[in-house]
Design a protein. Structure first.
Length: 87
């Protein structure tokens, strides 16, 4: 929740730190969607900070985790569109 709040406040650096905490403790989230979504939010935070390379990598991680998901899921469609803009 804190990372989301930082994104909404346009504080990318602080958001990066919060989402990285989730990814650093993968054992807590295991197969929960929050683990995969942390990659997406991390990509957004890096993009906000202007770090395109790290943003692309985070989006790629998210898209790799969701490669078998239903392509009509709105968050997946949005993530693909955001990733395309980074190219």
């Amino acid at each position: 929740m804190r990372g989301e709040a930082y994104l909404a406040a346009h504080q990318g650096g602080k958001a990066v730190a919060e989402f990285q905490k989730i990814l650093d403790h993968r054992g807590i989230v295991l197969n929960e969607p929050i683990g995969a979504l942390a990659h997406l939010q991390l990509g957004r935070a890096y993009a906000m900070d202007g770090d395109t390379a790290k943003s692309r990598a985070a989006y790629q991680n998210f898209l790799a985790l969701w490669k078998d998901a239903d392509p009509d899921i709105p968050i997946l469609k949005q993530a693909k569109a955001e990733y395309a803009k980074l190219q």
